[in-house]
Design a protein around this ligand. Structure first.
Ligand code: SF4
Length: 685
């Protein structure tokens, strides 16, 4: 007898629904569901989403070290939880609340992220809580919040197919969000939409594009300003929208005057005629959408890149109506939800500022505590620095693997080794967990109930299909138990549904969410009341901040430029078959059969100059470290630029990336541009 349990995919933020097939207490397969963004389809990752669940390397018991550098020993839950509670209390007492930090997780549920930030704030009294959104879309949250008043995808995935012109910038959508790419391609092939792709690489989508803007990495602002300049010059801007719905237009007009296409060509490498063509195509459409991803966010100019995209949309009045807008694609299943839940250092759930007295009073009353900290805490990148400088003494990491995902890994390793007490809660012994003092075994998405919020703000259920593996426990239970030992009982719940009921009470945009409603269908926030249907597209009558703000942003070059010693630009990204740091996908036989190891894409001209052949090993060095990996010679990549996927720990791209060059507003590192040198490895000889 096989049961089918409806749930939501654990991988990218598209939020496809699927059934887990369960036989004799084991997840044995997956079937697509007609609900959700996938519309009855799954990509290969979705079809393989069950394969890691019963993997023999799953953590089954808590692990503990009796002393630093000693071997791990299995222990029971009582010991492990006592140790965590005791050490967190001890360090808080000795060093103060700000000496502790918390990494929450975009892989965990909304309920678990809500609890992690509640634990940090209500029990420890610190706002040092963050998660991997800092490394992908912190610039989206900052950029769209300042221009529109809300840092999320403006329109729904369902609306893509009715768009006339789609601009995809900095998103290799077919690899990273395959079922969203399917919608884009249906719009192009079946409904006649025109596609503009802005990307340094000749990614698959360029084969369907009317225009490919092959810009140099890190020159997005110049390109977007150049398009706006053309639109203004040709008088194709939306006068009525600008006048009635926005402010600050004149300062934008003045600034973009300095970005004529011929000047922009020199900066971006994109021919002036193509910039004009793209600008006219976009401006003349009735419904035009900008879709973007980490290709524009992971830069020192990440926030300004997002603002430049928002300026372009507002100039043409392409916000606040269906099939338009500015649409960041969030990479992980619940990175949108982790942000919504306040797993960020400056806001509670629903983006209510910790510095706001009313918001703090509301939370204090709901949580039964006093003295919540009003100062924004450290970001994830700042916590690493603080640990390196011996200020952050304890770090609690739930479901994150910074030793692969963070830039400048050697530095991150040094920082984590300096932390007096490191606790990691995960489903596998990740690279980061290997450094921990205590490892707490958590359960996978197949073993728990909860909700994920997809990239288009749709809140959807995940459902328990099988019992926890070994002695592993749900993250929400673990946090509650540690809290109880530390003397706070306000984190004890009977079920994730009870947690969601509390979230709805304190979070206006989730106010109308109940498990009963989610039984039938996912609901996009804002959903303020129980009779509200949810909001597929934002800013309909007015922007969340009132008027949309034009914010002129100038082009600035990336922190590192190629030079004599480091003559190539390295850019990093993802591949279809793997997810984030590979902890789950690299344990999936189907996915590892496709790609099992890292590689570097090199243009044939560069390969010839370097004297390397397909499949040979090269050593790649930056100012921060070096890796050895295989060469993949391809014309996808332009000469002078190389690409490495970041999933593979043994040839980790982030050994090379620049962790110290941060966007000054969002503190996101410049993962997309690093200067490197490449040498044929002596191992080949
Ligand atoms: Fe899962 Fe994303 Fe693939 Fe959908 S597109 S099946 S959510 S990985």
């Amino acid at each position: 007898m096989t049961d089918k349990i409806l749930t939501t995919c654990i991988y990218c933020g598209t939020g496809c629904n699927l059934y887990l097939k369960v036989r004799e207490g084991k997840v044995v397969g997956v079937l697509p569901s007609n609900g959700g963004a996938g519309q009855g389809k799954l990509c290969i990752k979705g079809w393989s989403a069950h394969e890691f669940v019963h993997h023999p390397e799953r953590l089954r018991k808590p692990l503990i070290r009796e002393e630093k550098d000693s071997e791990f020993k299995e222990t029971n839950w009582e010991n492990a939880l006592e140790s965590v509670a005791h050490n967190l209390s001890r360090i808080r007492q000795k060093e103060g609340s700000q000496a502790l930090g918390f990494f929450s997780s975009a892989k965990c549920t909304n309920e678990e992220n809500y609890l992690m930030q509640k634990f940090a704030r209500a029990v420890i009294k610190t706002n040092n809580i963050d998660h991997c959104a800092r490394l992908c879309h912190a610039s989206t949250v900052a950029g769209l919040a300042s221009t529109f008043g809300s840092g999320a995808m403006t329109n729904s995935i369902d609306e893509i197919e009715d768009t006339e012109v789609i601009v995809v910038i900095g998103s290799n959508t077919t690899e990273q969000h395959p079922l969203i790419a399917r919608r884009i391609l249906r719009a192009v092939r079946e409904k006649g939409a025109r596609l503009i792709v802005a990307d340094p690489r000749r990614i698959d989508l360029t084969g369907f594009a009317s225009v490919h803007l092959q810009l140099r990495p890190g020159t997005n602002i110049a390109l977007l300003n150049g398009m706006i300049q053309v639109i203004l010059k040709e008088n194709l801007y939306n006068h009525e929208f600008i006048q009635q719905r926005t402010e600050g237009f004149e300062s934008l007009r003045e600034m973009v005057d300095h970005y004529p296409p011929d000047k922009v060509e020199k900066v971006t490498g994109v021919p002036a005629e193509k910039i004009r063509e793209a600008a006219l195509l976009y401006a003349e459409a009735k419904r035009a959408s900008i879709i973007y991803c980490m290709g524009i966010t992971q830069h020192t100019s990440g926030t300004h890149n997002v603002i430049a995209a928002a300026n372009l949309a507002m100039v043409t009045g392409n916000v606040g109506k269906p099939s338009s807008g500015v649409n960041p694609l969030r990479g992980q299943n619940n990175v949108q939800g982790a942000c919504d839940m306040g797993a960020l250092p400056n806001v509670f759930s629903g983006y209510q500022k910790v510095s706001d007295t009313q918001a703090r009073k509301k939370m204090e009353s709901a949580w039964g505590v006093s003295g919540l900290n009003y100062q924004p805490g450290l970001t994830l990148t700042e916590m690493i620095e603080s640990a390196y400088e011996n200020n952050l003494k304890a770090l609690y990491i739930m479901g994150e693997n910074p030793l692969v995902s963070e830039p400048d890994i050697n530095h991150v390793r040094d920082a984590l080794q300096k932390v007096e007490f490191l606790v990691v809660q995960d489903i596998f012994l990740s690279e980061t967990a290997k450094l921990a003092d205590v490892v707490l075994p958590a359960v996978s998405f197949a073993e728990k109930d909860g909700t994920f919020t997809s990239t288009d703000r749709t809140i959807q259920r995940i459902r328990k299909a099988v019992e926890p593996i070994g002695e592993s426990r749900e993250d929400w239970r673990i946090i509650g138990e540690i809290s109880k030992i530390m003397g706070y009982h306000g984190l004890t719940y009977n079920s994730p549904e009870e947690i969601m009921n509390e979230i709805a009470k304190v979070t206006p945009s989730y106010g109308g969410i109940t498990y009963e409603r989610l039984e039938k269908i996912g609901i996009p926030w804002p959903c303020p009341t129980k009779d509200h249907p949810g909001t597929p597209y934002l800013h309909r009558d007015q922007f969340a901040r009132g008027k949309g703000l034009f914010f002129p942003v100038e082009y600035t070059s990336p922190a590192e430029q190629p030079d004599e010693n480091y003559p190539f630009i390295l850019t990093t990204g993802r591949v279809l078959f793997h997810f984030h740091t590979g902890t789950m996908t690299r344990r999936s036989p189907t996915l590892t059969t496709q790609i099992s190891e890292g590689y570097v894409e090199i243009n044939p001209d560069d390969a010839m100059k370097l004297g390397v052949n397909q499949g040979e090993l090269v050593t790649i060095s930056s100012r921060r470290g070096q890796i050895t990996t295989k060469v993949f010679i391809t014309e996808i990549i332009p000469p002078g630029t190389v690409f490495i996927p970041f999933h593979f720990a043994e040839s980790a791209a982030n050994t090379l990336t620049n962790g110290r060059a941060l966007d000054p507003i969002a503190k996101i590192p410049e993962l997309k541009v690093s200067a490197v040198q490449i040498k044929k490895s002596c191992v080949n000889n």
